[in-house]
Design a protein around this ligand. Structure first.
Ligand code: MD3
Ligand code: FE
Length: 217
């Protein structure tokens, strides 16, 4: 009797393979979400969110900041990692221990044994913000996976192929979802569709994404 009831309870966490090398750990970051959001606030006190310029001269709709030894930046000179925040000249804030631990745990679940990210990009989407299809290829070692954590309002993620023209599939990403991308999925094109108006009790109308990467071997 109790077993029947147990089996009817909705699962708190579940795993959805997307393709070879990519897996969604649904709600994996739900329990630590408030800690992660406090971590984001602390990072942003030292290195405020800013809308960076693309090399083509456009202003990104996504506001970004970074933590960890290497921060990802873009400006007229191009896309790259650097150790100093261009706004202050100071080193990026250190990566909160809770961020590191979650990223390593998620990578482990996906079969990547000793993931030690040296970079965490924090993206903040407000309604209307989006990110066009692109590849993440500013890192030295494509054998290292990428871990992405979604917090706040839901969005439709675009997951394409190895060529820009490959038709992307749409993957809904919600608060607490963690995606691990590695192996044959590591260089696939991806992007984020325009964020719609919605409210989340912890983030208001915003969506945050933490992207953990190993920038340097
Ligand atoms: C698929 N950010 O900052 S991370 C980015 O939601 C970025 O803010 C998105 O793409 C966001 O570069 C999504 C998910 C992601 C990251 C790397 C990938 C998906 C990937 C590498 C290969 C394939
Ligand atoms: Fe990306």
């Amino acid at each position: 009797m109790t077993m029947d009831l147990f089996e009817q309870l909705p699962p708190k966490l579940w795993v959805e393979p997307l393709c070879e090398g990519a897996v969604v750990l649904r709600r994996f970051a739900s329990a630590p979400a408030t800690d992660l959001l406090v971590g984001i606030e602390q990072v942003a006190e030292q290195a405020p969110f800013r809308q960076m310029q693309t090399p083509g001269g456009h202003t990104m709709s996504v506001a970004m900041t970074c933590c960890g030894p290497w921060g990802w930046v873009t400006d007229a000179k191009g896309y790259r990692y650097q150790q100093n925040d261009p706004l202050s000249g100071e080193l990026w804030p250190s990566m909160p221990a809770s961020f590191q631990a979650l990223a390593a745990e998620a990578a482990g679940m996906a079969g990547y044994g000793s993931f030690e990210p040296d970079s965490c990009l924090v993206n903040r989407y407000s309604p209307g913000a989006k990110m066009g299809l692109h590849q993440d290829k500013n890192e030295e070692d494509f054998d290292q996976p990428i871990v992405s954590v979604s917090l706040g309002t839901p969005v439709s993620f675009q997951f394409g192929g190895l060529r820009r023209g490959d038709r992307p599939q749409r993957v809904p990403l919600e608060h607490g979802d963690v995606v691990v991308w590695g192996g044959p999925a590591r260089l696939r094109y991806h992007g984020v569709l325009t964020l719609k108006h919605a409210e989340h009790p912890l983030t208001g109308s915003n969506r945050y994404n933490l992207t953990f990467r190993r920038a340097r071997s």
